[in-house]
Unconditional design. Structure first.
Length: 221
């Protein structure tokens, strides 16, 4: 009888622990869905900004040969001054890692989807770091290329129309090797930005699909 009582107590404790873990699992899944919803909004915004950068760089490159001929506002105002940075909502993933990893997510399809989504973000971050390096090189080249002081001073006293009609190009250097280097950097920046944009589009699709998978597997609305 004593053995039976101990065994029943063990089963009751096991069932209670199992229920607690199952409840925690559902809490994490709901939290993960909220993180994914935030990501879809942030990714959509970031992708739109990358698309604007892509169009602006097309404009710059199509007018690049006129750089030495004089000021062209269409070219100058479309030069890149930054790039968007997507920050993944990572609250739930960090909580899961702190709690011992994805062992709490018993549903294999859901766990695999969460891992694949996280790996996609890691892959994008590698390319974003490349963009960051190229962008800093791009800015260093521009500081050597452009007479910013003269440009800003003339903007105060000369209309854009008159600046466009003039012959002043506001360049500190106009040798072909240096201009070619800046052109190459612009093209490389454009290529990597487009790569990141396309990967983020894939990640956006993953996020939306993962939301549906989690809702279906855990019977959530």
């Amino acid at each position: 009888m004593l053995f039976l009582a101990v065994f029943c107590g063990f089963l009751a404790e096991y069932q209670l622990e199992h229920k607690i873990e199952k409840d925690r699992e559902h809490v994490y899944i709901r939290s993960m869905i909220e993180d994914l919803k935030k990501d879809t909004a942030s990714l959509s915004f970031t992708i739109a900004r990358y698309e604007r950068i892509d169009m602006r760089l097309d404009t710059v490159l199509s007018h690049y040969s006129s750089l030495v001929k004089g000021y062209k506002d269409t070219l100058w105002r479309n030069l890149p001054y930054g790039f968007p940075d997507f920050l993944k909502s990572d609250k739930t993933m960090q909580q899961l890692l702190y709690a011992g990893g994805l062992r709490l997510i018993k549903n294999r399809k859901s766990a695999d989807g969460i891992i694949e989504y996280d790996l996609q973000n890691d892959d994008i971050n590698i390319d974003v770091n490349t963009i960051r390096v190229i962008f800093f090189e791009l800015m260093e080249t521009r500081w050597e290329l452009v007479d910013v002081a003269a440009l800003e001073e003339d903007k105060k006293i000369i209309s854009i129309t008159d600046m466009n009609a003039g012959k002043k190009n506001y360049l500190l250097r106009s040798d072909q090797p240096f201009l070619g280097r800046y052109n190459n950097e612009l093209r490389t920046f454009k290529t990597i930005c487009r790569l990141v944009k396309n990967k983020q589009k894939k990640m956006l699709e993953q996020a939306m699909q993962l939301i549906q998978v989690l809702k279906k597997e855990y019977h959530l609305k």
